[in-house]
Design a protein around this ligand. Structure first.
Ligand code: ADP
Ligand code: MG
Length: 364
């Protein structure tokens, strides 16, 4: 069993926060894992995470601590998931993509381009007798529908479950990527297809959850195929509806987002309510998001959560809610293992549950 690793990242104060409230911040760093947070009533709370990234942190460090072990795992057929969580404007997309997915400045590149580079580098240094193939799919969950960002005609992808392969998106577009530049072009066109709205928080904020899926297949010398799945999730903003001043369609979007994020919270509560009171029912099926993240939260995945926060006292209530979410998630345990090599021709056996021996090589 492995705990979900939980990281916290504070972005620099925005120019608006500085204009409205000067340089004051609501956190005091203790060390690289612990800080004290002060709420609106000056009450103090200490929080500890696997690592805390403060405003001067480098994108490369976030990648190295949070993503690199998961990328290496995926190339070795261990599934992994990386999730960014936080209110709109807290730095989720900056952490995931960088200022833009095609950012050229190496200092500013986000997790996604670094993951792409990392996958190809790991493959280069892997056993030369194995043949690798990387496939990419991209979907967003918008108004509780799963839309294929690489083919917008597929606007209601169904979620299925295979006993061997876990959660699957039925008929989703999968493109083979041949090198990092090719991957970035596809990611860029997929991102351009996202549903984006404008809220009174005065920025283009994504009103959908965006999910990137890399499937790394390695064909072994005996022709069997091993697969590792790496999922990155840029969640929609976790702020409360009232604060955004939303109306009409935007209000409906915000309510749907709040609902799926509250189901995510319910799933985490059910998974972490302790051995004596352990909930027998985990409500994964209550939202598309938790259904897709079922393996990431309670199954075969090595999972990292990045809680993105503003350091400004003006956002203290939302930040506290994000920190509490992260603190809760630290207790979730998943069971990642090396996926069994599959005979290429044995497709008809896909839905037969593996035996205990076949689910071997537990690595953690
Ligand atoms: P979110 O995706 O959570 O809504 P963004 O990632 O779009 O938020 O970030 C909001 C703004 O803050 C953007 O202008 C972004 O460039 C800036 N920003 C976020 N995180 C950082 C950071 N670590 N360093 C510098 N700027 C950042
Ligand atoms: Mg965003």
């Amino acid at each position: 069993m492995a705990n979900i690793t939980v990281f916290c990242r504070f972005r620099p104060l925005s120019s608006k926060e500085k204009r409205d409230n000067g340089d004051s911040v609501c956190i005091r760093s203790m060390d690289s894992e612990t800080f004290v947070f002060k709420d609106e009533k000056e009450e103090e709370f200490a929080f500890s995470f696997d690592k805390v990234f403060y405003e001067e942190s480098l994108q490369a460090d976030v990648y190295e601590f949070l993503a690199l072990p998961i990328v290496r795992g995926a190339v070795n057929a261990v599934n992994g998931t990386i999730i960014t969580y936080g209110q709109t404007g807290a730095g989720k997309t900056y952490s995931m993509e960088g200022p833009s997915i095609l950012e050229l400045d190496d200092l500013k590149k986000g997790l996604l381009p670094r993951v792409v580079d990392g996958l190809f580098e790991c493959i280069k240094s892997a056993d030369k007798s194995d043949k690798y193939r990387i496939k990419l799919s991209m979907v967003e969950i918008y108004m509780e529908k799963v839309r294929d960002l690489l083919d917008l005609t597929k606007d209601n992808i169904l979620i299925k479950e295979s006993k061997v392969q876990g959660i699957l998106l039925s008929g989703v577009t999968e493109i083979c990527i041949s090198d990092p530049a090719d991957a970035l072009q596809s990611l860029s066109s997929g991102i351009a297809n996202r549903a984006v709205g404008e809220t009174q928080m005065n920025m283009a904020s994504s009103r959908s959850h965006c999910i990137y899926i890399f499937t790394v297949q390695s064909e072994l010398s005996d022709k069997r195929v091993k697969t590792g799945k790496l999922i990155l999730v840029d969640l929609a903003g976790s702020e409360k509806v009232e604060k955004t001043g939303a109306e009409g369609k935007v209000l409906e979007e915000a309510k749907t987002i709040n609902k799926s994020l509250s189901v995510l919270g319910n799933v985490i509560n059910a998974l972490t309510c302790g051995p004596t009171t352990k909930a027998s029912h985990i409500p994964y099926r209550d939202s598309k998001l938790t259904r897709i993240l079922q393996d990431a939260l309670g199954g075969n995945s090595r999972t990292a959560l990045l809680c993105c926060c503003s350091p400004s006292p003006l956002n203290a209530a939302e930040t506290l809610s994000t920190l509490r979410f992260g603190a809760r998630a630290k207790h979730i345990k998943t069971s990642p293992f090396v996926n069994r090599a599959q005979d290429k021709l044995a497709k008809k056996h896909e839905d037969v549950a593996p035996t205990k021996d076949e689910l071997c090589e537990r690595i953690l």
